[in-house]
Design a protein around this ligand. Structure first.
Ligand code: SAH
Length: 468
């Protein structure tokens, strides 16, 4: 180990920053975060540093560095662009045993600054010993994404319970078991979901009962349109924590692969027109699993509240007193729009957008075609592939021009994405003979014209077929 990581208490301690530029200001800001008493010595200041001085948070010595400035300092950071000054600061500090950091000069440092993930009071410091600050930053980004921002609040809350837990359990093992249950279970999840009060009550109860074992919960998670990169951090974390995954046909295998390896997987797939498992049975299944104490991930394509029947599922949960949380996902319209280069609104073409189901019962009577067929409006049809001829016919009958562009996007955001474009009057013919696979989204409107120019994503399928 080249360096010993330590966490320094700098409250009200004199700290010196040599240099007044932007980098110096960033370092000063870190010292301020730790409540250090910061002095900056520099003839000139960047606007940020000048702001700190103006606010009275930093004291300014408007001069060049001189050795007496080190008097009484607990920590010194040099961030000047003058190598000779940096060397002087380093040498004088080291001879006085004052910890010194010279920005971007590991050879002049007696301590180095880590990349910090701040979830106060939880702090994670990452260092590569100065060998690659960029790598440290990349590692930091990875950790940032997997450690919920609410960890700090969780830590503060459990801190208040330490004595009670100590009094309740006299041996170390049962204490550890208890805390593991709390920090990986319901209490933690409640804090992450912003329900701090309820979390505190549950923790209180768990201490009283001497048992932190988890009760079941359902996470209704939007798995996005297919590309696993489009999951939210929260979705990923809960997917990796759940004991059971209940998923349907829309979930891509790439996304499913990110769930916990040893979790049970239950497929309740929905084929068009024939629901493999009827909705009320799915609703009941979720209730039963949660009541067995399981953490259930109900994984749905896109967003659970956009044509996803997510509302019905959690209504049943709520009626049965089962805890749940909902995690939004990128809905197919947004994923498709981005990956096919078709903005849904555009100053020149479209001032509004509607999402509508193209799953037409008995022909078409239940859609408000007049309302849909408005000028300067983009229409996105979910589940519309089978009804395509009717959709085009009805839109034209209700006043949309027959040369209005329309796009069909198959399996958007995945390696199997394909885009077909045409006009309301031609598309049905244009695609005849093509084998178009579900799920497919339909976009109608002049914005489709932009596809040719803005089509940045080339899927494997498009490349193989020589399209796009
Ligand atoms: N809750 C989902 C929609 C479920 S309805 C969401 O928010 O996206 C199912 C319809 O969504 C499909 O018929 C298709 O029209 C559309 N869809 C879902 N994923 C898609 C994808 N990757 N590419 C194209 N369309 C998709």
């Amino acid at each position: 180990m080249d360096f010993l990581p330590i966490f320094l208490d700098l409250k009200a301690q004199p700290c010196l920053v040599v240099g007044g530029g932007d980098i110096a200001a960033r370092k000063a800001s870190l010292l301020l975060d730790a409540d250090g008493a910061v002095t900056v010595v520099s003839p000139e200041l960047s606007s940020q540093m000048a702001q700190y001085v103006k606010e009275g948070r930093v004291e300014h010595l408007e001069t060049t560095f001189d050795i007496p400035h080190l008097e009484g300092m607990r920590v010194v950071i040099a961030a000047t662009d003058d190598r000779a000054v940096n060397e002087l600061v380093s040498k004088e500090c080291q001879s006085r045993s004052i910890p010194v950091n010279v920005v971007d000069n590991p050879d002049l440092c007696s301590f180095i600054m880590p990349s910090i993930i701040d979830r106060s009071p939880v702090q994670i410091a990452v260092s590569t010993g100065g060998s690659s600050p960029v790598l440290a930053r990349i590692l930091r980004a990875r950790l940032e994404s997997t450690i919920p921002a609410a960890y700090g609040r969780l830590a503060s809350m459990v801190n208040g319970f330490r004595d009670k837990v100590k009094a309740r359990f006299d041996d170390v093992n049962s204490r550890r078991n208890f805390w593991e249950g709390v920090l990986q279970g319901d209490v933690a999840e409640l804090v992450f979901a912003g329900k701090d009060e309820q979390a505190e009550k549950e923790l209180e109860l768990a201490v009283k009962n001497g048992d932190s074992s988890k009760v079941g919960e359902v996470y209704l998670i939007g798995g996005g349109p297919g590309d696993p990169d489009l999951l939210t951090f929260r979705a990923l974390r809960l997917m990796q924590q759940a004991d059971v995954i209940v998923h349907d046909r829309l979930i891509s295998k790439e996304v499913l692969n990110l769930t916990r390896r040893d979790a049970d997987r239950i497929y309740v797939g929905k084929e068009r027109d024939q629901h493999t498992v009827p909705q009320d049975q799915i609703n009941q299944l979720l209730v039963d699993l949660a009541k067995e104490g399981k953490r259930v991930c109900r994984l749905k394509g896109g967003d659970p509240f956009v044509f996803g029947r997510g509302g019905e599922e959690i209504e049943t949960l709520s009626e049965n007193g089962v805890n749940f949380q909902v995690v939004p996902g990128i809905t197919a319209a947004l994923g498709t729009s981005a990956y096919a280069g078709i903005p849904l609104t555009h100053r020149d073409y479209s001032q509004s957008v509607v999402f509508v189901t193209g799953h037409l019962k008995d022909g078409s009577t239940d859609l408000n075609w007049k309302g849909l067929a408005q000028p300067n409006q983009t229409i996105v049809f979910y589940m519309g592939l089978k009804g395509l001829p009717t959709i085009c016919k009805k839109l034209m009958e209700n006043g949309l021009p027959e040369d209005l562009p329309i796009a069909l996007v198959q399996q958007a955001t995945t390696p199997r994405q394909r885009v077909f474009t045409g006009t309301l009057s031609t598309i049905t013919n244009d695609i005849s003979g093509q084998e178009i696979k579900p799920p497919t989204l339909i976009i109608v409107g002049n914005v489709v014209k932009l596809h040719d120019r803005l089509n940045w994503f080339r899927s494997e399928m498009q490349i193989a077929k020589g399209e796009g």
